[in-house]
Design a protein around this ligand. Sequence first.
Ligand code: ZN
Length: 282
Amino acid sequence: MRRFAVVAVLCSIAAAAVARNLTLDGTLTQGALIRGFAGPGARVTLDGRPVRVAPDGHFILGFGCDAPPRASLDVILRDGSRVHRVLDIVRRHYGVRRVENLPPAEVTPPPETAARARRETAEIDQAFGRQSDSVAFAAPLEWPVIGTITGVYGSQTFLHGQPRQPHLGVDVTAPAGTPVKAADAGIVSLAESGPFFAGGAVVIDHGYGLSTLYVHLQHIAVRLGDRVTQGQIIGDLGVTGRATGPNLHWELFWNGIRLDPALAVGPMPDSANLVHDQTPPK
Ligand SMILES: [Zn+2]
């Protein structure tokens, strides 16, 4: 019997706000990445902070997991006319995520390990801070791996019952060795095999403050500074770092804010329909 893929219309509804030459695409909700267009030469500010606009007039905005209910967008178009929009940001309700079965040293690392983990986290944050002039951000993201979503954005996390930072990424479980692909084109701004929590980690800078992070890789196929194309294999899915099984922890970052990758990429394709699209692990 033929099976039809069920497409969850979860986060992919594109709300378009149009005011003269200003367009915004994306769902205005906490964790969302919004793509905008205001024409060449436009100047854009969000809540009073400047937003970089590409020469062709495209820009992006992002809203964190706890973004307030309203944001103020001001645009000065090339002809000098001004557009002011109040954006209503829909509040989300996040679940709870309980992680057990970790080695005790990964739940509460000894002081020297904790210091190393802090340094590594700072390196990842520094990589996130890169803002190249790549305009890859204008293309829709693609899932880096097809599999089962086993961790969602925003969940309040408890490690062995201890409350931790919310989970600000998406976890996709697939067999170890499954190729992990670049969600979009960009420049590799971090490629490290050893971080304590992340394991094998890659950060790709897609330009204009947008980056993605790929964590728990067992093999890394790119180096710092490499230019990658969308869909290029950057490593293999693994269980390195603080992971309880083979999975990809995937984050999306814009200008200091972690966004929900699942909102930027749309529903996970039915993996049963994509078996032939998978490159076999090397
Ligand atoms: Zn995760």
